[in-house]
Design a binder for this molecule. Structure first.
Ligand code: 13P
Length: 337
Protein backbone atom coordinates (compact mmCIF):
# COMPACT_ATOMS: atom_id res chain seq x y z
CA UNK A 1 0.00 0.00 0.00
CA UNK A 2 1.36 3.40 -0.91
CA UNK A 3 0.60 5.03 2.40
CA UNK A 4 2.62 7.93 3.67
CA UNK A 5 2.03 8.17 7.41
CA UNK A 6 3.17 11.78 7.55
CA UNK A 7 2.07 14.38 10.06
CA UNK A 8 -0.34 15.89 7.59
CA UNK A 9 -2.11 12.71 6.34
CA UNK A 10 -5.55 13.46 7.81
CA UNK A 11 -5.44 17.06 6.75
CA UNK A 12 -4.36 16.17 3.20
CA UNK A 13 -7.28 13.78 2.81
CA UNK A 14 -9.67 16.41 4.13
CA UNK A 15 -8.30 19.16 1.88
CA UNK A 16 -8.50 16.95 -1.20
CA UNK A 17 -12.10 16.01 -0.38
CA UNK A 18 -13.06 19.65 0.16
CA UNK A 19 -11.66 20.61 -3.22
CA UNK A 20 -13.37 17.63 -4.85
CA UNK A 21 -16.81 18.55 -3.54
CA UNK A 22 -19.98 18.14 -5.63
CA UNK A 23 -20.70 20.89 -8.14
CA UNK A 24 -17.37 22.61 -7.65
CA UNK A 25 -14.00 22.77 -9.37
CA UNK A 26 -10.79 24.77 -9.50
CA UNK A 27 -10.11 28.21 -10.93
CA UNK A 28 -6.56 28.12 -12.29
CA UNK A 29 -5.29 31.71 -12.04
CA UNK A 30 -1.62 30.86 -11.58
CA UNK A 31 -0.22 32.17 -14.84
CA UNK A 32 3.46 33.01 -14.44
CA UNK A 33 4.28 36.69 -14.93
CA UNK A 34 5.34 35.95 -18.50
CA UNK A 35 2.09 34.10 -19.37
CA UNK A 36 -0.02 36.67 -17.56
CA UNK A 37 1.73 39.30 -19.68
CA UNK A 38 0.52 37.57 -22.85
CA UNK A 39 -3.07 37.56 -21.55
CA UNK A 40 -2.85 41.25 -20.64
CA UNK A 41 -1.30 42.10 -24.02
CA UNK A 42 -4.33 40.51 -25.70
CA UNK A 43 -6.46 43.33 -24.23
CA UNK A 44 -3.82 46.00 -24.79
CA UNK A 45 -2.55 46.24 -21.22
CA UNK A 46 1.00 46.45 -20.01
CA UNK A 47 2.36 43.60 -17.90
CA UNK A 48 2.70 45.54 -14.64
CA UNK A 49 2.17 44.29 -11.12
CA UNK A 50 -0.75 46.74 -10.79
CA UNK A 51 -2.51 45.32 -13.84
CA UNK A 52 -2.00 41.73 -12.70
CA UNK A 53 -3.32 42.71 -9.28
CA UNK A 54 -6.37 44.45 -10.77
CA UNK A 55 -7.34 41.42 -12.84
CA UNK A 56 -6.81 38.96 -10.04
CA UNK A 57 -8.75 41.14 -7.60
CA UNK A 58 -11.62 41.04 -10.08
CA UNK A 59 -11.47 37.24 -10.24
CA UNK A 60 -11.31 36.40 -6.55
CA UNK A 61 -13.95 38.92 -5.53
CA UNK A 62 -16.64 37.84 -8.00
CA UNK A 63 -19.73 37.58 -5.77
CA UNK A 64 -20.72 34.00 -4.94
CA UNK A 65 -17.76 32.46 -6.76
CA UNK A 66 -17.35 29.89 -3.99
CA UNK A 67 -20.64 28.25 -4.95
CA UNK A 68 -18.91 26.87 -8.03
CA UNK A 69 -15.22 27.10 -7.21
CA UNK A 70 -13.62 25.09 -4.39
CA UNK A 71 -9.97 25.98 -4.99
CA UNK A 72 -7.98 28.72 -6.72
CA UNK A 73 -4.41 28.12 -7.91
CA UNK A 74 -2.26 31.20 -7.44
CA UNK A 75 1.13 32.30 -8.71
CA UNK A 76 3.56 33.15 -5.90
CA UNK A 77 3.08 36.90 -6.42
CA UNK A 78 -0.68 36.57 -5.80
CA UNK A 79 -0.30 34.40 -2.70
CA UNK A 80 1.47 37.30 -1.01
CA UNK A 81 -0.59 40.05 -2.67
CA UNK A 82 -3.45 42.23 -1.50
CA UNK A 83 -6.46 43.23 -3.57
CA UNK A 84 -6.59 46.73 -5.02
CA UNK A 85 -8.46 47.82 -1.89
CA UNK A 86 -5.87 46.36 0.45
CA UNK A 87 -7.35 43.03 1.60
CA UNK A 88 -5.12 39.98 1.51
CA UNK A 89 -6.10 37.82 -1.49
CA UNK A 90 -5.94 34.68 0.67
CA UNK A 91 -8.43 36.27 3.09
CA UNK A 92 -10.83 37.10 0.27
CA UNK A 93 -10.63 33.48 -0.89
CA UNK A 94 -11.28 32.22 2.65
CA UNK A 95 -14.40 34.41 2.86
CA UNK A 96 -15.56 32.88 -0.42
CA UNK A 97 -14.98 29.38 0.98
CA UNK A 98 -12.28 28.78 -1.65
CA UNK A 99 -9.06 26.92 -0.75
CA UNK A 100 -5.90 28.77 -1.89
CA UNK A 101 -3.38 26.78 -3.90
CA UNK A 102 0.06 27.58 -5.26
CA UNK A 103 1.94 26.78 -8.45
CA UNK A 104 5.24 25.40 -7.16
CA UNK A 105 6.95 24.29 -10.36
CA UNK A 106 9.54 26.62 -11.86
CA UNK A 107 8.62 26.08 -15.46
CA UNK A 108 9.91 24.15 -18.44
CA UNK A 109 13.41 24.03 -19.89
CA UNK A 110 14.92 21.94 -22.74
CA UNK A 111 15.58 18.31 -21.85
CA UNK A 112 19.11 17.44 -22.96
CA UNK A 113 19.30 14.20 -24.89
CA UNK A 114 15.66 14.26 -25.95
CA UNK A 115 13.84 15.00 -29.17
CA UNK A 116 13.52 18.76 -28.53
CA UNK A 117 11.36 17.99 -25.51
CA UNK A 118 11.29 19.70 -22.14
CA UNK A 119 11.41 18.96 -18.45
CA UNK A 120 10.04 20.78 -15.45
CA UNK A 121 12.28 22.50 -12.89
CA UNK A 122 11.59 23.28 -9.25
CA UNK A 123 12.63 20.41 -6.97
CA UNK A 124 15.61 22.26 -5.46
CA UNK A 125 14.40 24.07 -2.36
CA UNK A 126 10.85 22.79 -2.86
CA UNK A 127 10.48 21.55 0.72
CA UNK A 128 11.26 24.93 2.27
CA UNK A 129 9.19 26.83 -0.29
CA UNK A 130 6.24 24.49 0.30
CA UNK A 131 6.48 25.01 4.06
CA UNK A 132 6.50 28.79 3.56
CA UNK A 133 3.48 28.62 1.23
CA UNK A 134 1.61 26.56 3.83
CA UNK A 135 2.41 29.25 6.43
CA UNK A 136 0.95 31.82 4.04
CA UNK A 137 -2.32 29.87 3.76
CA UNK A 138 -1.85 27.61 0.74
CA UNK A 139 -3.25 24.10 1.18
CA UNK A 140 -2.63 22.58 -2.23
CA UNK A 141 -0.02 22.84 -4.96
CA UNK A 142 0.30 22.44 -8.69
CA UNK A 143 3.18 21.18 -10.79
CA UNK A 144 2.68 21.26 -14.53
CA UNK A 145 4.98 19.30 -16.75
CA UNK A 146 4.29 18.60 -20.39
CA UNK A 147 4.52 15.73 -22.83
CA UNK A 148 4.59 16.51 -26.56
CA UNK A 149 3.16 13.94 -28.96
CA UNK A 150 4.62 15.32 -32.22
CA UNK A 151 8.09 15.37 -30.65
CA UNK A 152 7.95 11.75 -29.57
CA UNK A 153 7.30 11.47 -26.76
CA UNK A 154 10.64 9.85 -26.01
CA UNK A 155 10.90 7.28 -23.21
CA UNK A 156 13.34 9.69 -21.54
CA UNK A 157 10.88 12.59 -21.51
CA UNK A 158 8.04 10.48 -20.14
CA UNK A 159 10.22 9.04 -17.39
CA UNK A 160 11.52 12.46 -16.41
CA UNK A 161 8.01 13.91 -16.32
CA UNK A 162 6.67 11.05 -14.19
CA UNK A 163 9.61 11.00 -11.80
CA UNK A 164 9.55 14.78 -11.29
CA UNK A 165 5.83 14.71 -10.54
CA UNK A 166 6.29 11.92 -8.01
CA UNK A 167 9.14 13.68 -6.17
CA UNK A 168 7.11 16.90 -6.10
CA UNK A 169 4.03 15.03 -4.82
CA UNK A 170 5.94 13.42 -1.95
CA UNK A 171 7.61 16.70 -0.94
CA UNK A 172 4.30 18.59 -1.10
CA UNK A 173 2.56 16.05 1.12
CA UNK A 174 5.37 16.19 3.66
CA UNK A 175 4.69 19.90 3.95
CA UNK A 176 0.90 19.80 4.14
CA UNK A 177 0.08 20.66 0.53
CA UNK A 178 -2.19 18.42 -1.56
CA UNK A 179 -0.29 17.97 -4.82
CA UNK A 180 -2.11 18.37 -8.10
CA UNK A 181 -0.35 15.97 -10.42
CA UNK A 182 -0.38 17.44 -13.91
CA UNK A 183 1.38 15.80 -16.82
CA UNK A 184 -0.18 17.87 -19.58
CA UNK A 185 -0.25 15.98 -22.84
CA UNK A 186 -0.18 18.90 -25.25
CA UNK A 187 -2.96 19.30 -27.78
CA UNK A 188 -0.56 20.33 -30.56
CA UNK A 189 -0.20 17.96 -33.50
CA UNK A 190 -2.01 16.26 -36.35
CA UNK A 191 -2.38 12.89 -34.60
CA UNK A 192 -5.75 11.23 -34.12
CA UNK A 193 -7.49 10.45 -30.82
CA UNK A 194 -6.19 6.85 -30.74
CA UNK A 195 -2.61 8.10 -30.63
CA UNK A 196 -3.43 10.46 -27.75
CA UNK A 197 -5.05 7.54 -25.93
CA UNK A 198 -1.95 5.38 -26.41
CA UNK A 199 0.42 8.10 -25.16
CA UNK A 200 -1.82 8.96 -22.21
CA UNK A 201 -1.90 5.33 -21.08
CA UNK A 202 1.90 5.15 -21.16
CA UNK A 203 2.30 8.44 -19.30
CA UNK A 204 -0.19 7.63 -16.52
CA UNK A 205 1.22 4.14 -16.03
CA UNK A 206 4.63 5.64 -15.28
CA UNK A 207 3.21 8.46 -13.16
CA UNK A 208 1.42 6.01 -10.86
CA UNK A 209 4.40 3.67 -10.75
CA UNK A 210 6.64 6.45 -9.43
CA UNK A 211 3.94 7.92 -7.16
CA UNK A 212 3.72 4.53 -5.47
CA UNK A 213 7.50 4.17 -5.33
CA UNK A 214 7.69 7.54 -3.57
CA UNK A 215 5.04 6.43 -1.04
CA UNK A 216 2.61 9.14 -2.02
CA UNK A 217 -0.74 8.98 -0.23
CA UNK A 218 -3.18 8.52 -3.12
CA UNK A 219 -6.13 9.72 -1.01
CA UNK A 220 -4.32 13.04 -0.64
CA UNK A 221 -3.60 13.95 -4.26
CA UNK A 222 -5.61 15.41 -7.11
CA UNK A 223 -4.97 14.79 -10.80
CA UNK A 224 -5.01 17.32 -13.55
CA UNK A 225 -5.05 15.40 -16.83
CA UNK A 226 -5.64 16.55 -20.36
CA UNK A 227 -8.79 15.13 -21.90
CA UNK A 228 -8.18 12.52 -24.56
CA UNK A 229 -8.85 14.38 -27.80
CA UNK A 230 -7.46 14.38 -31.33
CA UNK A 231 -4.46 16.68 -31.92
CA UNK A 232 -5.40 20.32 -32.47
CA UNK A 233 -4.44 20.09 -36.17
CA UNK A 234 -6.11 16.71 -36.80
CA UNK A 235 -8.83 16.84 -39.46
CA UNK A 236 -11.02 14.25 -37.71
CA UNK A 237 -12.73 16.01 -34.84
CA UNK A 238 -14.32 14.18 -31.90
CA UNK A 239 -17.73 14.72 -30.32
CA UNK A 240 -18.05 15.28 -26.56
CA UNK A 241 -19.33 11.70 -26.23
CA UNK A 242 -16.22 10.35 -27.98
CA UNK A 243 -13.92 12.48 -25.85
CA UNK A 244 -15.76 11.30 -22.73
CA UNK A 245 -15.55 7.65 -23.73
CA UNK A 246 -11.83 7.71 -24.48
CA UNK A 247 -11.00 9.79 -21.42
CA UNK A 248 -13.03 7.65 -19.01
CA UNK A 249 -11.55 4.46 -20.52
CA UNK A 250 -8.11 5.92 -19.83
CA UNK A 251 -8.95 6.89 -16.26
CA UNK A 252 -10.57 3.54 -15.45
CA UNK A 253 -7.52 1.69 -16.69
CA UNK A 254 -4.94 3.85 -14.98
CA UNK A 255 -6.32 5.72 -11.95
CA UNK A 256 -7.12 3.94 -8.66
CA UNK A 257 -10.43 4.87 -7.01
CA UNK A 258 -8.44 5.98 -3.93
CA UNK A 259 -7.69 9.21 -5.83
CA UNK A 260 -10.48 11.61 -4.83
CA UNK A 261 -10.57 14.03 -7.72
CA UNK A 262 -9.80 14.36 -11.40
CA UNK A 263 -9.63 18.06 -12.26
CA UNK A 264 -9.20 18.49 -16.00
CA UNK A 265 -7.26 21.28 -17.66
CA UNK A 266 -8.82 23.01 -20.66
CA UNK A 267 -5.59 23.13 -22.68
CA UNK A 268 -6.80 25.49 -25.40
CA UNK A 269 -10.30 24.08 -25.87
CA UNK A 270 -12.98 26.74 -26.25
CA UNK A 271 -15.00 27.64 -23.18
CA UNK A 272 -18.12 25.82 -24.38
CA UNK A 273 -16.21 22.79 -25.67
CA UNK A 274 -14.53 22.35 -22.26
CA UNK A 275 -17.93 22.49 -20.54
CA UNK A 276 -19.60 20.09 -22.97
CA UNK A 277 -16.80 17.54 -22.65
CA UNK A 278 -16.90 17.69 -18.85
CA UNK A 279 -20.67 17.33 -18.88
CA UNK A 280 -20.42 14.26 -21.13
CA UNK A 281 -18.03 12.63 -18.66
CA UNK A 282 -20.51 13.07 -15.85
CA UNK A 283 -23.47 11.37 -17.51
CA UNK A 284 -22.94 8.25 -15.43
CA UNK A 285 -21.40 7.78 -11.97
CA UNK A 286 -17.60 7.74 -11.76
CA UNK A 287 -15.37 6.33 -8.99
CA UNK A 288 -13.80 9.79 -8.59
CA UNK A 289 -15.06 13.36 -8.58
CA UNK A 290 -14.62 14.37 -12.23
CA UNK A 291 -14.35 18.13 -12.48
CA UNK A 292 -12.43 21.08 -13.86
CA UNK A 293 -9.31 23.10 -13.15
CA UNK A 294 -9.58 25.54 -16.03
CA UNK A 295 -7.66 28.72 -16.66
CA UNK A 296 -8.44 29.86 -20.19
CA UNK A 297 -11.86 28.15 -20.35
CA UNK A 298 -12.97 30.13 -17.28
CA UNK A 299 -11.15 33.40 -17.91
CA UNK A 300 -11.21 34.14 -21.65
CA UNK A 301 -14.55 35.95 -21.94
CA UNK A 302 -14.08 37.52 -18.52
CA UNK A 303 -10.75 39.02 -19.57
CA UNK A 304 -12.12 40.37 -22.86
CA UNK A 305 -15.18 41.81 -21.14
CA UNK A 306 -12.99 43.59 -18.61
CA UNK A 307 -10.59 45.09 -21.16
CA UNK A 308 -8.74 46.81 -18.31
CA UNK A 309 -11.62 49.24 -17.63
CA UNK A 310 -12.90 49.73 -14.09
CA UNK A 311 -16.45 50.31 -15.37
CA UNK A 312 -16.48 46.78 -16.83
CA UNK A 313 -15.52 44.95 -13.63
CA UNK A 314 -19.05 43.86 -12.72
CA UNK A 315 -19.81 42.59 -16.24
CA UNK A 316 -16.49 40.75 -16.34
CA UNK A 317 -17.24 39.10 -13.00
CA UNK A 318 -20.63 38.05 -14.36
CA UNK A 319 -18.85 36.48 -17.35
CA UNK A 320 -16.59 34.52 -15.01
CA UNK A 321 -19.57 33.42 -12.91
CA UNK A 322 -21.42 32.29 -16.05
CA UNK A 323 -18.56 29.94 -16.99
CA UNK A 324 -18.12 28.79 -13.39
CA UNK A 325 -21.85 28.04 -13.11
CA UNK A 326 -21.86 26.16 -16.44
CA UNK A 327 -18.92 24.00 -15.36
CA UNK A 328 -20.50 23.43 -11.97
CA UNK A 329 -23.56 22.04 -13.76
CA UNK A 330 -21.26 20.00 -16.02
CA UNK A 331 -19.61 18.53 -12.93
CA UNK A 332 -23.05 17.33 -11.91
CA UNK A 333 -23.81 16.13 -15.45
CA UNK A 334 -26.65 18.63 -15.69
CA UNK A 335 -25.41 21.20 -18.20
CA UNK A 336 -27.91 21.83 -20.97
CA UNK A 337 -26.34 24.87 -22.68
P1 13P B 1 -5.81 25.81 -19.15
O1 13P B 1 -7.13 25.39 -18.59
O2 13P B 1 -5.83 27.20 -19.79
O3 13P B 1 -5.17 24.77 -19.99
O4 13P B 1 -4.83 26.03 -17.92
C1 13P B 1 -4.91 25.16 -16.88
C2 13P B 1 -3.61 25.12 -16.22
O5 13P B 1 -3.47 25.52 -15.09
C3 13P B 1 -2.50 24.53 -16.93
O6 13P B 1 -1.53 24.20 -16.02
Amino acid sequence: LSIRAGAYSDELVKTAKTIASPGRGILAMDESNATCGKRLASIGLENTEANRQAFRTLLVSAPGLGNYISGAILFEETLYQATVDGKKIVDVLAEQNIVPGIKTDKGLVPLAGSNDESWCQGLDGLASRSAAYYQQGARFAKWRTVVSIPNGPSALAVKEAAWGLARYAAISQDNGLVPIVEPEILLDGEHGIDRTFEVAQAVWAEVFFYLAQNKVLFEGILLKPSMVTPGAECKDRATPNQVAKYTLDLLRRRVPPAVPGIMFLSGGQSEVEATLNLNAMNQSPNPWHVSFSYARALQNTCLKTWGGRPENVAAAQEALLARARANSLAQLGKYTG
